[in-house]
Design a protein around this ligand. Sequence first.
Ligand code: ZN
Length: 471
Amino acid sequence: MFDFEISGIHLDREKRKRAVDLNVKILDLSSAFLMGTHFPSRIEKHLLPEHIRHHFELAGDHVLVDGLRAEVPDDLVREAAYKIFLYPNAGQLKCLEELLSNRDLLAKLVGYSTYSHRALQGTMAKNPETVMQFLEKLSDKLSERTIKDFEMIRGMKMKLNPQNSELMPWDPPYYSGVLRAERYNSEPSLYCPFFSLGACMEGLNILFNRLFGISLYVEQPAKGEVWCEDVRKLAVVHESEGLLGYIYCDFFQRADKPHQDCHFTIRGGRLKEDGDYQLPAVVLMLNLPCPAKDLPTLLTPGMMENLFHEMGHAMHSMLGRTRYQHVTGTRCPTDFAEVPSILMEYFANDYRVVHQFARHYQTGQSLPRNMVSRLCESKKVCAAADMQLQVFYAALDQIYHGKHPLRSSTTDILRDTQEKFYGLPYVPNTGHVGSERWYWDSHPTLKPCVLISPGSVRKLRGGEECPWVRA
Ligand SMILES: [Zn+2]
């Protein structure tokens, strides 16, 4: 009932219709906004120095910037990517503002003072006041360690690039990677041969067997049952209760596929009127590289962890037994929905689990214990700075969904919140580093591109000429 009431089922006819209309509008706006965050930005070719152009896709007289290039050692490339990709786009800004004000209208219509109050009702945190208190306290306790992390990152930048050692927001992802690799020799490529997709699936099978008495079996789908021949169908079978449900594994990259790892339900489980149970069917979607000829798909430790995470969601759907399908499995408060998947990440980082399945795909050698501990230790490098970034996103999310009308423009709020909760300077004329963590991954095949108006690039640094314009 509560779930239905936050959507307005208890209102009179007219208000109910208004709630439905608002919901539709919100859905459209949020998908338009998210799509927009993936569109590449476009800039005239001659505005970028020639020696960095090859880092980006060329389209006639333009260069397309489709992501932040966080892995590129050249500071100038990361700076250019950051400033061009995050350059605010009027359409996106309008879409964001409309989305936020419609969410506010819906919340008020169904009886809440803000959208944040509506979203947090029924969660562990309960209300926005608790969330903000938590974030402020966390930020406070983190600050000393975050400063140390930033110092360490700055030190690495100074060592590699003594002429320009000021720490900017495009630096931490790259230099913390360098620190990790230097300290723990934990480059993903060293680990990939031990994490073939087959080995990882076997690892999940062993783990689920031990935890739940469950085995995964590959089943031949019927003709026309799957939407792409890459998709594998897994039957989830319990040792005494039998078949529990099906997981369709859509694991490999395709041109028209959304670039996001996720889990979704095709059919929820429920108790039928005749006493039988309707078995759940879910999809687990990843974006793994396609297997090459004679070579299995090899996962980086990050991909392996994602696989475990998404499998946690899938198992939640498989194991839940409810009367109604609207409340089955992951169809629960979103904070709780992440509990099983995050638990699975802990298994993916525990030697006792990993050593049972991580085998070199050519030699069969198991992943040495010190490599697992190096990997785990390396994750602690700059962890405070990483968490501080998440605190900033969370705080921004709270403010955007708090009291409306907003006290200033979304971009001004972004600037103030970044300065208060992150610590690295806000770069003028950047925006949309919103609450979506995966926003940082962009997808090059998503077109069309967003156009930066001619000449506007010169304004990227508040009017002064950008270094890469000196081509
Ligand atoms: Zn998740």
